[in-house]
Design a protein around this ligand. Structure first.
Ligand code: FMN
Length: 364
């Protein structure tokens, strides 16, 4: 896949699908604006290959007959006509199923999720196998539907992230224990997908460089995981951090200055607060041979992003919140504007996900 620029729209849950998991007019309008705004690659918000792992009002990719509806997504984005590419993000909520959803969450192991205070049920191995198969099938649907790529969401404590992390995966079978076993669910997804659709379709992964939990993933192990992913055929690694559980810890304990949600940190007041995963991305860039490295987290200043890419700390930079507020931000910068993004990282956009229209900038 070749992109017209190195600016990526990081996956952002938009809550604009209908109850059957089909995109609505609101969904298409939202993505048309983004595609018009100049970003090189849009990664959609999380979609679900399995009903059990869905977030409310997200897109279904859990059966072949969703093809007819999901193909309208790349049609809409490509139809804008300015060479914007689109990747479908797939994943599963796992133990972080929102407290408002009335079903028991599933996870690799039954470990209490302290943010929602819910106890997940341990997945049986046949359920894991079924999820792998459904994920591979969803990657196949995405290719047939005309998406340019897929991203597998294995960050932020959702199901796949909780398989990777020794904090949440205490299994004794082939999906638990040593690093390679905890990574098995990811390597199987891509192996089965490539068997189905061939090797010429880019599959990306979003992963944690650090869980910020005592018994979680640290950078050294994340780099090992990165090598396993690269070896198994993932084309790019988007580097993030944290789980919901991290939020329940004292920020001082885990060594980050700004408070709340590590992957979408608040209070990014100065340029020095931006690009808070940069040192992790740099470590990945130095270690990986082929996979492209995407840096996400807190970036707002174009000259900083330029410098990150030019000095080789990352191949691409990804933005989420700034593009909720200003979908045409890349065009502003491409047309010579050099001012920072006007998003103030207040995270109130997360609250709008419960509103009827779904995601929006709370302050506009
Ligand atoms: C409203 C909202 C929804 C999000 N939804 C997703 C998602 O569906 N998938 C995902 O991988 N990350 C999701 N994220 C995390 C972002 O992709 C990104 O990693 C994080 O916000 C940091 O980037 P930023 O500082 O540019 O916002 C979401 C973040 C926000 C604020």
């Amino acid at each position: 896949m070749s992109l017209k620029n190195r600016l990526v729209r990081s996956a952002t849950y938009e809550a604009k699908a209908d109850p059957d998991g089909k995109p609505t007019q609101l969904y298409f309008d939202f993505y048309k604006r983004l595609a018009n705004g100049g970003v090189g690659l849009i990664i959609t918000g999380l979609t679900y290959p399995e009903e059990d792992g869905k977030l409310p009002r997200t897109i279904a990719v859990d059966r072949a007959d969703c093809l007819e509806t999901i193909k309208q997504i790349p049609e809409t984005i490509h139809g804008v006509g300015n060479d914007c590419k689109v990747a479908l993000q797939i994943g599963h909520t796992g133990r972080q199923l929102p407290a408002t959803v009335d079903r028991q969450p599933v996870a690799p192991s039954p470990i209490l999720e302290p943010f929602t205070e819910r106890m997940p049920r341990e997945m049986k191995s046949h359920e894991i196998e079924a999820f792998i198969e459904k994920s591979a099938a969803a990657i196949g649907y995405a290719k047939r539907a005309g998406f340019d790529a897929v991203q597998v969401h294995a960050a932020h404590g959702w199901l796949l992230s909780s398989f990777l992390s020794p904090h949440t995966n205490h299994r004794k079978d082939q999906f638990g224990g040593k690093t390679e076993n905890r990574a098995r669910i990811m390597t199987e997804i891509i192996r089965q997908a490539k068997d189905l659709i061939g090797m010429d379709f880019p599959v990306l992964v979003k992963m944690n460089a650090c869980d910020f939990l005592e018994s979680g993933i640290e950078l050294a192990e994340a780099l090992e995981l990165g090598e396993i992913f690269e070896e198994s055929g993932y084309a790019a690694l988007e580097i993030s951090s944290g789980m919901w559980e991290t939020i329940t810890r004292d920020p001082e304990d885990i060594g980050w200055r700004a408070e709340r949600i590590p992957e979408a940190r608040k209070r990014i007041g100065t340029v020095a607060d931006e690009a808070y995963h940069r040192r992790f991305a740099r470590a990945f860039r130095q270690k990986m041979q082929r996979a492209k490295i995407i840096l996400v987290g807190g970036m707002k200043t174009p000259s900083l992003m330029d410098e990150i890419v030019c000095c080789g700390d990352a191949d691409l930079v990804a933005l989420s919140r700034p593009l909720i507020r200003e979908p045409d931000l890349p065009n502003r910068w491409l047309n010579g504007g050099s001012e920072r993004a006007s998003c103030i990282s207040c995270n109130q956009c997360l609250e709008t996900l419960r509103e009827e229209e779904g995601l929006r900038c709370y302050l506009l």
